[in-house]
Design a protein around this ligand. Structure first.
Ligand code: EPZ
Length: 430
């Protein structure tokens, strides 16, 4: 495991994906478990010294790194099958998440709450900023300090100490997903009741709450603006839980089908989780037919320009805007994307411009003038979703597109090029 990651270290930047436009995507594709639910639930898994068995776990590099981090704390993680992961924690665990691993995965900041709640101590390297924004943690700290933790910065680490955390009332200035998750996990083992207001309502937050309740927590209101947590003494020793499907992976396939004028069925999904995207695709004249656990998407007709504003759930997901930008680059007319969540999430625009797109970025607003065709060329992925967006652009560009930094894509998508090839895409890894 460690060797694999170190090997990846030196040839990561050389990995690239080559895409050529071709036939419209056709066929069926099954979506994997949600990356962002898995990362939070793996953090919560260290809060019990029993065995946690997780099903529908995506085998992606972010999950492997998070598993390596909790192993560094003393847990044992074992793949029991293609998408089933067992986590066994021992009564004696460390509480330091080392920098060389944390720098690979910002979501390791979700270990703060679990470590403080279970061990009364935590030392987690501050994850650096990343390509899409500064990613502050002030709301995480406000909540954990409100629960009675003492936190201090210590040479690039967050060091924390706490006796038994005490339930309290917390108001989040912004419905931060990570802050909501850290506070919910910490409060689950605190003394008394915690009420958190203006919380994130993302499906991944609800999945974490359901997992914590499966472990014996008493959490109500996840998915609404207010979450109430009655602290308990300890969690159950044996827990088996199945992760929800990844709504962003589902959306990525849906946009790829629309962009290529294809007709696909995306399976193993929960359609209400990506309603904002389905509504926007329908506005663009894409056919979106929802079934119980699948959705059919067909982009056969002419597409219309649309305006998008990213918002906290249930608004339009920021993790889907780069993919839409690729699609809208070739839709006749003017489309506008406003990115309200992160301050620097339009980097893919400069890569799309190299392919001939006409996109003007003014701060948090991107104005897209549709062009007849994109031209394939060398481009560079700057983050996970930008990488996925460039694959979509490559599927509709004239000629050959080479996407460098393919490792960004592997962080959140399992086997993406082979799965797209199964839908008829001309795509391979070099
Ligand atoms: C989660 O990040 C996701 N990551 C992100 O997915 C997703 O884009 C984001 O939520 C928004 O939906 C995981 O779940 C692992 P936030 P997170 O805290 O928790 C500000 C992907 O591609 N903020 O809701 O970091 C922050 O600056 C990734 O899968 C504070 O000001 O998101 C940002 O502007 C990318 N103070 C906004 O809130 C804080 O203490 C949203 O951040 C925390 C956040």
């Amino acid at each position: 495991m460690r060797l694999l990651l170190e090997q990846q270290g030196d040839n990561q930047t050389l990995e690239r994906i080559v895409v050529r436009s071709g036939k419209p995507l056709q066929g069926k594709i099954r979506v994997c478990g949600a990356k962002n639910a898995t990362l939070a639930i793996l953090s919560a898994a260290i809060m019990t010294d029993g065995e946690v068995i997780l099903e529908n776990v995506p085998d992606i590099s972010d999950v492997r790194v998070m598993a390596e981090i909790i192993e560094a704390l003393g847990a044992r993680s074992t793949w029991l099958g293609e998408d089933t992961l067992s986590i066994k924690c021992s009564p004696v665990m460390g509480y330091e998440a080392p920098y060389h691993l944390v720098k690979k995965l910002r979501a390791s900041n979700l270990l703060l709450g679990p470590l403080l709640a279970r061990f009364g101590a935590a030392r987690v390297a501050l994850p650096g900023g990343c390509n899409i924004g500064s990613r502050p943690m002030d709301l995480h700290f406000k909540g954990l300090i409100g629960l009675g933790a003492e936190l201090r910065m210590d040479r690039g680490n967050v060091s924390g100490r706490a006796g038994r955390l005490q339930g309290t009332k917390i108001y989040l200035d912004f419905p931060s997903v990570g802050a909501t998750e850290n506070i919910m996990m910490a409060a689950a083992l605190a003394e008394g009741q915690t009420v958190v207001e203006n919380v994130a309502k993302e499906p991944e937050v609800v999945d974490l709450a359901n997992f914590l309740n499966a472990m014996g927590a008493k959490i109500r209101g996840a998915g609404t603006d207010v979450i109430k947590i009655e602290g308990v003494q300890r969690f159950r020793d044996q827990v088996r839980y199945s992760i929800i499907p990844d709504r962003i992976e589902a959306g990525t396939f849906m946009v790829a089908a629309a962009a290529t004028g294809g007709d696909i069925v995306v399976e193993n999904v929960i359609p209400p989780h990506f309603e904002p995207l389905s509504a926007k695709l329908r506005e663009a004249n894409v056919l979106v037919e929802e079934r119980d656990d699948s959705v059919r998407v067909s982009g056969a007709g002419p597409l219309y320009p649309i305006n998008i504003k990213t918002m906290p759930y249930p608004g339009f997901a920021t993790d889907m805007q780069s993919q839409l930008m690729s699609l809208l680059s070739v839709v006749p007319g003017t489309s506008v994307i406003v990115e309200n969540i992160f301050e620097n999430r339009f980097q893919v625009a400069q890569e799309l411009r190299r392919m001939g797109a006409r996109i003007k970025v003014e701060g948090r607003v991107a104005i897209i003038e549709g062009v007849a065709h994109l031209q394939g060329t060398q481009v560079r992925a700057t983050d996970l979703r930008a990488g996925a967006a460039l694959i979509i652009a490559g599927l509709i560009a004239e000629g050959r597109t080479e996407i460098q930094n393919a490792h960004f894509i592997d962080r959140g998508y399992w086997n993406l090029e082979n799965r797209l090839r199964s839908l008829g895409a001309d795509i391979k890894r070099e």
